[in-house]
Design a protein around this ligand. Structure first.
Ligand code: PMP
Length: 394
């Protein structure tokens, strides 16, 4: 049967990682792959995670099945972290899922059970894995205007006009914070307007919350999610613990649904669980138990929040330093947007040839669309990076 297949296109980011690893230059700079790196270029295990793992290991008594919705304590703690009581608890259901990706998959399958073949509207541009997940669930993709290549901000009026024209059969996929790949985000007032638009049109929001705490703070980054969830009768959130807990390979996330009442929540939840049963039956526990242990323990939670604060502060500092270095050298504020963007990424808006040139000439690696991972900026070589960027765009 396999003779009917042709080779699937390779993942561009993984290919770039391979190229970077093979590049013999000592002074190469990796701004490509989307994982957080500390000042040593390492993706660290957080100390709160290490301590939670030790406690868990000592306390563990069984490895029996958890059930389709996963670790219950994890679910309760994550609901608190994400929604913080912004929605009537009885209308909300949560299922632990394998990463943010698994959570998106679970929720899109649920949409396809409710409205087979519905259209999911994604931002232009969006995380490249969004459209394949939508298609894999049997749904259609359409785009709404988002990134303004001139200002490197959000084309908000155009975005809102597009959302205003949608209807109750549409799903709108929103990045809760730290937009990937652009780094350009909605202000709170813009979130208010989006929430009002969704309440008016009845379009169903699906909020991808993959970077909670990487932008301005845990509560600040949850503003849009909470506002939307509180404003509309039905909403969905795909939470990821990959970045904010540094648990990438543990595959930990959660699919959250908000329904119009408790009875509807039970029905929707039963369909979500049926989808999970037919996909992977139950989620793995390790990452969930780590997050539960941290969030339920005052001391560990404070330690985690402090580590997350430091991670975020480092990215904001690197942004400010790079923008400042470019401003000083070029006497222009064209790259000030880097300091205004939030999260791990900024889309520089450079043409493909320039991205290639930087790789070949300077050993500076970024994604082909000119997305940089600011956590990859070497703090002691910000000037070198600024010089290379200025030279490349001349
Ligand atoms: N959504 C977005 C926007 C992302 O950038 C990512 C990670 N790259 C994810 C979801 C999913 O992350 P994971 O499945 O690793 O939790």
């Amino acid at each position: 049967m396999f003779e009917t297949l042709s080779k699937a296109p390779g993942d561009k980011i993984l290919a770039l990682m391979g190229e970077f690893a093979a590049d013999p230059r000592q002074d190469k700079i990796d701004l490509g792959v989307g994982v957080y790196k500390d000042e040593n270029g390492v993706t660290p295990i957080m100390s709160a995670v290490k301590k939670a793992e030790e406690t868990m290991l000592a306390a563990a008594k069984t490895k029996t099945y958890l059930g389709m919705a996963g670790n219950k304590g994890f679910g309760a703690a994550v609901l608190d972290l994400v929604l913080a009581g912004s929605v009537e608890r009885d209308w909300v259901r949560i299922a632990q899922a394998p990463g943010g990706t698994g959570s998106l998959w679970v929720l899109m399958q649920l949409v396809n059970r409710a409205r087979p073949g519905a259209t999911v509207w994604v931002s232009d541009p969006t995380w490249p894995n969004h459209p394949p997940i939508v298609h894999n669930a049997g749904l259609e993709v359409a785009t709404y205007p988002y990134f303004d290549a001139e200002t490197r901000g959000v084309k908000f009026e155009e975005m809102l006009a597009c959302l205003d024209a949608l209807g109750k059969d549409d799903v709108v996929l929103l990045h809760g914070c730290c937009h990937n790949p652009t780094g350009a985000n909605l202000t709170n007032a813009q979130w208010d307007a989006v929430a009002a638009s969704l309440a008016r049109t009845g379009a169903l929001p699906l909020i991808d919350l993959a970077y909670l705490g990487f932008g301005d703070g845990l509560a600040e980054d949850a503003y849009g999610t909470r506002k939307v969830a509180a404003s509309v009768p039905e909403a969905m959130v795909a939470f990821s613990g990959s970045k904010n807990f540094g648990l990438y390979r543990e595959r930990i996330g959660a699919a959250i649904l908000v329904a119009r009442d408790g009875a509807m929540a039970d029905i929707a939840n039963s369909q979500m669980l049926a989808g999970i049963r037919a996909s992977y039956s139950q989620p793995p526990d390790h990452g969930a138990e780590i997050i539960r242990t941290i969030l339920e323990d005052k001391t560990l939670r404070a330690e985690w929040e402090a580590e997350l604060d430091a991670t975020r502060a480092r990215m904001i500092r690197l942004r400010a330093k790079l923008a400042e270095a470019i401003r000083q050298r070029s006497n222009a504020n064209d790259f000030d947007f880097i300091a205004e963007h939030r999260g791990m990424f900024s889309l520089l808006g450079l043409p493909g040839e320039t991205v290639d040139h930087l790789k070949v000439t300077n050993g500076i690696y970024m994604i082909g669309d000119s997305r940089i991972n600011v956590a990859g900026i070497p703090e002691d070589r910000v000037g070198v990076l600024a010089d290379a960027l200025i030279a490349a765009i001349k």
